[in-house]
Design a binder for this molecule. Structure first.
Ligand SMILES: Nc1ncnc2c1ncn2[C@@H]1O[C@H](COP(=O)(O)OP(=O)(O)OP(=O)(O)O)[C@@H](O)[C@H]1O
Ligand SMILES: O=P(O)(O)OC[C@H]1O[C@H](OP(=O)(O)OP(=O)(O)O)[C@H](O)[C@@H]1O
Length: 213
């Protein structure tokens, strides 16, 4: 049988993911995140790791190109893919919040909301029955209320520093976020034992009850 494939989100979440696998006893190469390589065969562990843009992790896992994935809950909520979310890895902790200038005008007929997460934002405001115009941006979301592009942003807040340094305030905290382990639905059945072993090993580290620690 082929080795299992694990899609790991590149960038901010990758370092902790590698650390987590090492703590779980998996033998990942030392320089994994320093090289430009995208596929790492971990022969000793019978799996390969592919390094993927965060938003693409749920896609690789839904299609079964990757059997497992590690990605932020924000990305899962935005992509809304058909997969199993099996473990909260409890790092990359942040929140989704609505924010804007302190003197928000509540008289607006329709809010303009700038975000990197347009699908989640649409669903969120629809569930509240509030009409909004959504403006998809790709970064520096905090600029939108400062420049008048939008009056509200829906974005990630971690320390709150970016909001503070740009004179913005949180209007509403929406939900907590963190990195998650996800599994392809077919793989979960066909490769049950191998996948269960990985879930268990990572869970032991996350839950802090690793007797080998
Ligand atoms: N302060 C933070 N800002 C943004 N993301 C955070 C923060 N803290 C934790 N995260 C997590 O890290 C992930 C973002 O990682 P990263 O910044 O590497 O990707 P990105 O910039 O969204 O992706 P891309 O490279 O495709 O633009 C988020 O999906 C979220 O789950
Ligand atoms: O609450 P804080 O600790 O300040 O973190 C939150 C900020 O970090 C993220 O931006 P990122 O650094 O990913 O840059 P981007 O604006 O290019 O997406 C996010 O979009 C916020 O701007």
């Amino acid at each position: 049988m082929d080795n299992l494939c694990i899609a790991m989100a590149k960038g901010r979440l990758a370092k902790e993911a590698v650390k987590l696998f090492r703590q779980a006893g998996y033998d990942l190469p030392e320089n994994m995140l320093k090289s430009r390589k995208l596929i790492f065969e971990i022969e000793s562990e019978k799996f390969e790791i592919i390094l993927v843009k965060p938003a693409d992790v749920p896609i690789y896992v839904e299609y079964g190109t990757a059997d497992l994935g590690i990605v932020g809950k924000d990305t899962l909520l935005e992509e809304n893919r058909d997969l199993y979310e099996v473990l909260d890895l409890e790092y990359g902790v942040c929140e989704f919040a609505l924010a804007g200038l302190p003197d928000r005008k509540d008289t607006l007929l329709e809010r303009k909301v700038a975000t990197k997460y347009p699908d989640f934002t649409r669903r969120y405001f629809r569930s509240k029955g509030e009409p909004v115009e959504i403006i998809k941006l790709n970064g520096s979301i905090e600029l939108a209320p400062l420049t008048g592009l939008a009056d509200t942003i829906l974005d990630i807040v971690e320390t709150g520093r970016t909001l503070k340094e740009n004179g913005l305030v949180i209007y509403e905290s929406i939900r907590d976020l963190s990195a998650r382990l996800v599994v392809n639905k077919v793989s979960m059945k066909t490769r049950q034992d191998e996948i269960a072993a990985i879930i268990e090993a990572l869970d032991e580290v996350v839950s802090g009850d690793d007797s080998n620690a």
